[in-house]
Design a binder for this molecule. Structure first.
Ligand code: ZN
Length: 131
């Protein structure tokens, strides 16, 4: 079963999509299986990380900014090569085990849509396989 979501993103940031993914799993009726969360964009990404301390989001973005700065020597006409690098480094998707009708996440884990070149209206897909 494939679910299609839309969201409005900030200039840069992590948007918690754990509830959307959990609701999709519930709606699918799948009890045991696999869930793929996929982002069809080249300057955004999907990740799983801590959902407790809100300060961590800022640290996550600062760390990526320092690791992938926008360099004057870059040639990409879009002027957003840093966002493309962050997108590939973090990754376009996450695979999550579905167990007992729920995403099998650790106590501190949440699923995030990562925006690196917003604000924009973005999409993400949730594919659920199993029975
Ligand atoms: Zn670009």
């Amino acid at each position: 079963m494939l679910f299609n979501f839309q969201l409005s993103t900030p200039k840069e940031g992590l948007v918690d999509i754990t509830n959307e993914v959990t609701e999709a799993i519930t709606e699918s009726g799948v009890n045991e299986g696999i869930c793929i969360v996929y982002c069809p964009h080249t300057t955004a990404a999907i990740t799983i990380n801590e959902n407790v301390d809100p300060e961590l989001k800022a640290d996550f973005l600062e760390g990526l900014d320092k690791s992938f700065p926008e360099l004057a020597s870059f040639n990409h006409a879009g002027g957003n090569s840093d966002a493309h690098l962050k997108s590939s480094a973090v990754g376009a998707s996450e695979t999550i085990i579905v167990s007992k009708g729920k995403p099998l996440l650790g106590t501190w884990q949440g699923i995030y849509f990562c925006e690196f070149d917003g604000p924009r209206v973005r999409k993400f897909f949730v594919k659920i396989i199993g029975g």
